[in-house]
Design a protein around this ligand. Sequence first.
Ligand SMILES: *Cc1c(COP(=O)(O)O)cnc(C)c1O
Length: 399
Amino acid sequence: MSTTLLPHKFGPYGGQFVPETLMPALIELEREFVLARNDPAFNAEFDKLMASFVGRPTPLTYAKRLSEKLGGAQIYLKREDLAHTGAHKINNALGQALLVKRMGKKRIVAETGAGQHGVASATAAALLGLECVVYMGSVDIARQEPNVFRMKLLGAEVRPVESGTKTLKDAINEAIRDWVTNVRDTHYLLGSALGPHPYPTIVREFQSVIGREAREQMLMDAGRLPDTVIACVGGGSNAIGVFSGFVNDEAVELIGVEAGGSGISSGKHAARFGDATKARVGVIHGTQTYVLQDEDGQIAETHSVSAGLDYAAVGPEHAMLRDNERAFYTSATDEEALNAFHTLCHTEGIIPALESSHAIAEVIKRAPKMKKDQVILVNLSGRGDKDLNTVIKELGNGE
Ligand SMILES: *Cc1c(COP(=O)(O)O)cnc(C)c1O
């Protein structure tokens, strides 16, 4: 069987912009992934872990009171917040950890901003008996203490990163440096649909379980496909996961929501597609895609109330979907996301992640303009427990 079966690019985006020393590892990873995907035993093991450990399939919930309140489209929530560790990230972390076992490697390195991918990676490593080192900017370590403690409880080593802005992009640099040095026994467990080929494809495939389930559940529960699918977009993994279930259904509109921060004109945001002055195609962390940058091509600083959306680049497949207008991208500000957070708490009894609240904010804008027999599916990527401190600070006592 040929082993380089996967396209390296999404139109002009993606590719492998890495040091020569990493090419053998990327080639090995691609070969192993292609073999694994065609191996019924591997797929059975993945499915079994998804069911018995992660709690899949996650439910589809009809949001009755939210739909009534908005007075337009019927709204359904895909409940990734109910997956083990509280978000979709575990799907990809476990999938890659199974690949690591298959490759005979013993050690994983990961990067984390808010700590969610670090927790998912540490969880997968504990379950499968792998050594786990998580790189995290020292600024993020101070901001996300409970997740740092969780990772340590799960047996991971958390290494503080003091370079640059001491946040996610610097943690990624360090994780890549470690990987280059230890590539023989170490796998870089990348947390979103980003990075050099084959990562964006691998992450999409492991997250596509969201879209497959959601499509089936929509047909079962609503008796039809949704008119619109909405998801928040950080690196783009939960969005590409749910979109992949509907991308061949031409009539289904796909909407990604980026972090609008304090508003596009303020310059404090992470809307890679939304800012005509700062967003251009560039290369970052091994891939070519839309990157927020200054005139010299230096990576711009980003801002969002939700750490998971606070990154200067977007996954390359989203760049292609946007160019060919199969998907459309918009943004929600911090304030809109916080309002949406409250609305979902009050109407549905669900405390969403601040990332997911950006998707809800778009639902709140769109649903009232739609007809009552139309349907929106929104991917609720995670639960909000991790965000309570942020929300309390922003909104006072939450009443
Ligand atoms: C990390 C995270 C995101 C953003 O990452 P994507 O790769 O864009 O999905 C969104 N929601 C939650 C709950 C997260 O933890």
